[in-house]
Design a protein around this ligand. Structure first.
Ligand code: SF4
Length: 278
């Protein structure tokens, strides 16, 4: 299960991988409930006893969330969906991993969290098996998370959108689409850059190069693009397909190019803002 560190640069902004796929859940219930391929992969791991639970962020109100340990199908389904704010997770993770009845967990998070956990696995600092219980690290693609108070204030003042009424946020082309109380608000992404966390505008990693599996929106409607960073991760994906949890096909060059384009945008944004502070 050795992990090979990878680098990103403008010629390869998504890092190295051994497999690139498009996938979607075979179970329509999962698609309906807003979950997707990652949820199906987690259910494969849980129901086939590869893991005892999943540590992931669950939406609580609007764009805010909390970290939970999901141990059943229902709990995993409840934790599904996009995350637009970063939630503190280390205490919950430590508490979970110290439980005697937990042998292995899957962690689902953002590229920066995947980096932290990978470092814990590669360079353990204390005499504990804290990180060894993390069976697999799954990273969701990430362009940035909001500074919640600043973004909430901006939406309330300019558009009368209360934070707790936000049902979903998605990216469509150059726009951020906010769904709230049955309405849609489209904002140019450039206009909300000042409400992104400061650390995020310096962050170069879109896909999560330190994860075992990276997952995010693909250019094909309804499908998730999966990058298996190592053979272990590739086997998880292929076994989940064999056991009929996901429909799987190889990603085309065109679909990979679309992800690389977004990753390059993020890398260039990071370079631009880093240059300003150097
Ligand atoms: S942009 Fe980077 S630092 Fe910000 S939440 Fe995403 S991965 Fe983490």
């Amino acid at each position: 299960m050795a992990f090979q560190p990878t680098t990103i640069d403008p010629s390869n902004p998504i890092g190295s991988y051994v497999g690139a796929y498009l996938a979607r859940p075979t179970d329509k219930e999962i698609r309906v409930k807003g979950g997707g391929t990652v949820t199906a992969l987690l259910l494969y791991l849980l129901e086939n006893k590869k893991i005892d639970g999943v540590v992931a962020a669950k939406k609580t109100k609007g764009i805010t969330g909390e970290v939970v340990l999901a141990r059943t199908k229902e709990e995993v389904l409840r934790a599904a969906g996009n995350r637009w704010s970063i939630v503190p997770y280390t205490m919950k993770l430590k508490e979970t991993l110290m439980s005697a009845d937990i042998r292995r967990v899957a962690f689902v998070g953002l590229p920066c969290q995947a980096q932290f956990l990978r470092q814990m696995k590669m360079f353990p600092l204390v005499e504990s098996d804290f990180a060894s219980k993390i069976y697999v690290i799954i990273s969701l693609f990430c362009m940035g998370t909001f500074a919640v108070e600043s973004f909430a204030d901006y939406l309330e003042r300019n558009y009368r959108v209360p934070l707790d009424k936000i049902e979903n946020i998605d990216i469509e082309g150059d726009y951020l689409v906010i769904v709230y109380s049955g309405n849609k608000l489209k904002l140019p992404i450039d206009s909300i850059i000042y409400h992104i966390q400061h650390g995020c505008i310096l962050c170069p990693d879109y896909t999560g190069v330190f994860a075992d599996i990276s997952a995010g929106k693909s250019s094909r409607e309804g499908y998730t693009l999966l990058l298996a960073r190592n053979r272990f991760a590739d086997n998880i994906i292929r076994n989940a397909a064999e056991k009929d949890y996901i429909e799987l096909m190889e990603a085309t060059d065109e679909e990979l190019e679309a992800v690389k384009e977004k990753a390059l945008d993020k890398l260039n944004r990071s370079v631009k803002y880093i240059m300003r502070i150097l």
